[in-house]
Design a binder for this molecule. Structure first.
Ligand SMILES: [Mg+2]
Length: 308
């Protein structure tokens, strides 16, 4: 790509990473609440103010952001696609650092690796959203890579903790959405990608009734995110809508945030939300986004060291 396009791309990459953190921080306050409880307590919840069941400080983030940063570090260390062992080591180091929260499937996967050395979770009916929430490094660093390299990178990190076809298709879909957004697609194109997911797997159909109180089941998560993106325009409106649905609101916020943040770029993010993130989180997101997009074959078309 021409170097003068690089500024816009870097802005979108930072927007994606900061958008993820904003959605996580905003949603964490109301995680596990119902829309009725949120409305009684906050009216419309639209302030990054901490609290919630994790008793967070204002601007603090949860596993969605910190696991993403851990996976991103593995990419920067490998200067290319981290293999399964490198992903497992990154997640293990992340868990040893005592994150504020950790999903059951993620914990089980990391413990299995510690005990057996196996980097692949067995095929399971457990279609959790933990592999999807942390996929952003793949979208950024694989921009312009061959499709099979991107798919390999998306699934090798997923497989350490998750092995379910619904989680796989959702993870690939979110990577695809972020990459389309980075390349300047409009929101309608993102919603069309969501329609493709629903056509591929009818479980993900997001039409019809309002998807409230989404669980950590990836189908519930994606239906809420896709419905918010289909029914509302722009970063602030989509993020506000999705977190006020409650349930696993930090993860719906994180996924919607990375896609919508890639669409609008850092400069168009709501300043009050960017400013409400803890300075260390903000700095880590900006630095990681910059490091990962510099690995992207689209920016620097030398061959990325690949394990496949
Ligand atoms: Mg979380």
């Amino acid at each position: 790509m021409a170097r003068d396009d690089g500024g816009a791309l870097a802005d979108r990459a930072r927007g994606a990473m900061l958008g993820l953190a904003i959605g996580d921080a905003l949603g964490a306050t109301v995680e596990f609440m119902t829309p009725r409880e949120i409305s009684a307590q906050y009216g419309v919840h639209e302030r990054i103010c901490g609290g919630g069941w994790l008793r967070l400080e204002a601007g603090e983030v949860t596993d969605d952001t910190t696991m993403t940063l851990a996976l991103g570090e593995a990419w920067l260390r490998a200067r290319g696609v981290p293999d399964a062992e490198a992903c497992a080591q990154a997640f293990d180091a992340w868990m040893r650092a005592k994150p504020v929260d950790i999903g059951n499937t993620v914990r089980r996967g990391i413990v299995r690796w510690r005990l057996s050395g196996s980097t692949e979770a067995p095929l399971s009916s457990d279609a959790g959203n933990g592999a999807t929430m942390r996929c952003l490094p793949v979208a950024l660093a694989c921009l312009g890579a061959a499709q099979q390299v991107t798919a390999y990178a998306a699934l090798v990190q997923a497989r350490v903790t998750h092995n379910n076809p619904l989680t796989d298709v959702a993870t690939l879909c979110v990577v695809d959405m972020v990459q389309s957004a980075l390349l300047g697609a409009g929101q309608h194109a993102i919603v069309e990608r969501a329609e493709m997911l629903a056509a591929q797997c009818p479980e993900f159909d997001f039409h019809g009734r309002h998807c409230d109180n989404p669980s950590g089941y990836i189908v519930d998560t994606m239906r809420a995110v896709c419905q918010s993106m289909a029914r509302h325009d722009g970063f602030r409106a989509v993020l506000t809508d999705v977190v006020n649905r409650g349930g696993d609101a930090d993860t719906t916020g994180a996924i919607a945030g990375m896609v919508m943040g890639a669409l609008c770029g850092e400069r168009a993010l709501p300043p009050a939300w960017v400013g409400a993130l803890r300075p260390t989180v903000r700095a880590a997101c900006i630095s990681m986004a910059t490091g990962l997009i510099e690995l992207a074959p689209l920016c620097y078309p030398q061959p990325t060291r690949s394990v496949i």
